[in-house]
Design a protein around this ligand. Sequence first.
Ligand SMILES: CC(C)(COP(=O)(O)OP(=O)(O)OC[C@H]1O[C@@H](n2cnc3c(N)ncnc32)[C@H](O)[C@@H]1OP(=O)(O)O)[C@@H](O)C(=O)NCCC(=O)NCCS
Length: 177
Amino acid sequence: MNSAAPACLLRPLEARDLPLLLAWRNHPSVRSAMFRRREISATEHAAWFAAQHPQAGRHLLIYEENGIPLGHVNFSLQACPQIAEWGFYRAPEAPAGSGQRMGRAAIDWAFDSLGLHKIAAQVIADNPRSLAFHRKLGFQPEGILREHFHDGQSYLDVHCFGLLRPEWQAMKDAHHD
Ligand SMILES: CC(C)(COP(=O)(O)OP(=O)(O)OC[C@H]1O[C@@H](n2cnc3c(N)ncnc32)[C@H](O)[C@@H]1OP(=O)(O)O)[C@@H](O)C(=O)NCCC(=O)NCCS
């Protein structure tokens, strides 16, 4: 391993993370990428955590580098339990490149720990960073839900992506990961 590479870790989200998570989630750079874009109150946030936390098939994670929390990733198992949809955001002040590292670590975690066959994603068309992010990680485009989201002013397309376990393995082999 490259000695300069940070120690990357994914761990379960805990109640102590909630204030930090809320600050990230309410930052304009993050909430402008979400399906629900208005600011979230601390009360709503606590209720969300209480409702989500015990759900089977819902995995809420914090991504850390060298012990510093830098992002949030979640996986929701679908009707077929080897398929999950993911969502994520990086801390607004996270260093360049950490988003890709978080993505790779989270995909490894999901295929290894959850035994998934497929990870699916939905990206709103006004989020070029996330569109580029998914393509770079090897996600395949699976179609566009036309005018499937309203941002308060206009209807926007939603891009569907999918990544299969063998595709991820091939990506890793190609990069000697
Ligand atoms: C998506 C996210 C994790 C990506 O993080 P990251 O890998 O650190 O990278 P960046 O955000 O800097 O950009 C990712 C890629 O998009 C490109 N990009 C950035 N801004 C762009 C823009 N306005 N237009 C097109 N491409 C853009 C970057 O050049 C980079 O590609 P490169 O690595 O080939 O240079 C991060 O931007 C984030 O948390 N965004 C807010 C939350 C979010 O969008 N979540 C996903 C919802 S579907």
